[in-house]
Design a protein around this ligand. Structure first.
Ligand SMILES: NC(=O)c1ccc[n+]([C@@H]2O[C@H](COP(=O)([O-])OP(=O)(O)OC[C@H]3O[C@@H](n4cnc5c(N)ncnc54)[C@H](O)[C@@H]3O)[C@@H](O)[C@H]2O)c1
Ligand SMILES: O=C(O)C[C@H](O)C(=O)O
Length: 349
């Protein structure tokens, strides 16, 4: 029988929760903001095995605000109705300590999204407090030995910093923030320009903040193993079109949809967690991770780097040369992250 905290609303709505079954033990995946736009796209894909594999049972541990518990109940009913074989339980709670109890994964999505005309930095004050509370709750009840945290809620890098610093008993390398959506956006733009498949493109990365200062870098990028300059020789296109398009894509989607990206954000979150867990086969991806000072980023920030994932861990790609153009952009995004950190310094123990 499941034992745990007695506070908060916990509902096991999936009939096979107590089934022991054969094969792997279920992993506990906590999702905050579970009934929001992104949550609604995420839960079904995780339950169907897209994130952790088609043989990995999961228990979804959903956190929502008290006022959204009814909506969460509806989502949970829909999850039941999918009869996903891998879904071994659903926890619904408005208490972070309950939702994070024993969690192996935590996808911190719940936060206010920006609306038209706002920059992501404008959300700093509105969302910072959430991540301070949730960092403390993760520290208290999550599974510290296995935990992987992905912060999606904006401003994602600085929210990851707040959560990690409020969880002093958890290795800061277990926290990350999402720049995989920016990475995927870059791949899509390049593949359309070069008329190739996204899978032909390697050694592309996003540096820095998930914001308009991010630097999508094609300096090392190859297409089918050859320098990208063999396929895209128009440097002006890279500078004046490609880079700003990727930097501003979130705003362009808000302008078009009236709402911020959701399905693509959920898809990127699935890619991020799957690759962190199962590896990238020697290929680069982009993750905002705990800065060890590599390339001159301020130590301790959550900074997007090119990384390679292997054996359940990420490694920052080392030994790259940043030319003058790259160095200037790197410094701009580094400075922005420092100023975000300064603005929420009171929330950093
Ligand atoms: N990093 C990225 O690439 C990326 C991409 C897209 C969106 N985002 C961000 O993700 C966040 C969520 O976006 P959305 O479109 O799903 O928003 P949404 O408003 O549709 O959903 C957010 C949900 O979070 C819940 N919530 C708010 N505060 C909470 C708390 N303290 N605990 C638990 N739940 C809480 C709300 O009730 C709501 O259901 C936003 O901050 C958005 O800017 C990030
Ligand atoms: O841009 C936003 O505010 C939402 C999200 O971060 C995105 O990149 O789509």
């Amino acid at each position: 029988m499941y034992k745990g905290l007695s506070t908060g609303i916990r509902t096991f709505s999936t009939a096979n929760f107590f089934a022991t079954g054969k094969g792997k033990a279920p992993l506990r995946v906590a999702i905050t903001g579970a009934s929001g736009q992104i949550g609604y796209q995420l839960l079904f894909r995780i339950a169907s095995g897209d994130m952790l594999g088609k043989d990995q049972p999961v228990i979804l541990q959903c956190l929502e605000l008290p006022g959204a518990m009814n909506a969460l109940k509806g989502v949970s009913m829909e999850l039941d109705d999918c009869a996903f074989p891998l879904l071994k339980g659903i926890v619904q709670s408005d208490n972070p300590e309950v939702a994070f109890e024993g969690a192996d994964y935590a996808l911190l999505v719940g936060a206010k999204p920006r609306s038209k005309g706002m920059e992501r930095g404008d959300l700093l004050a509105a969302n910072a407090q959430i991540f301070s509370v949730q960092g403390k709750a993760l520290d208290k009840t999550a599974n510290r030995d296995t935990l992987r945290v992905l912060v999606v809620g904006n401003p994602a890098n600085t929210n990851a910093l707040i959560a990690a610093r409020n969880a002093p008993n958890i290795d800061p390398k277990r926290f990350s923030a999402m720049t995989r959506l920016d990475h995927n956006r870059g791949l899509a733009q390049l593949s359309q320009k070069a008329n190739c498949s996204v899978t032909d493109i390697t050694d592309f990365c996003i540096w820095g903040n998930h914001s308009a200062t991010q630097y999508p870098d094609i300096t090392s990028t190859k297409i089918s193993g050859k320098s990208i300059s063999n396929y895209i020789s128009d440097n002006a296109w890279i500078k004046d079109n490609f880079i700003p398009t990727v930097q501003q894509r979130g705003a362009a989607i808000i302008a078009a949809r009236g709402l911020s990206s959701a399905a693509s954000a959920a898809s990127a979150a699935i890619d991020h967690m799957r690759d962190w867990t199962y590896g990238t086969n020697g290929q680069w991806t982009s993750m905002a991770v705990f800065s060890d000072g590599s390339y001159g980023a301020d130590k301790g920030l959550y900074f997007s780097y090119p990384v390679i994932c292997k054996n359940g861990q990420y490694e920052i790609v080392q030994g790259l040369k940043l030319d003058q153009f790259s160095k200037e952009r790197f410094d701009v995004t580094n400075k922005e992250l420092i100023s975000e950190r300064d603005a929420i310094a009171h929330l950093l123990p």
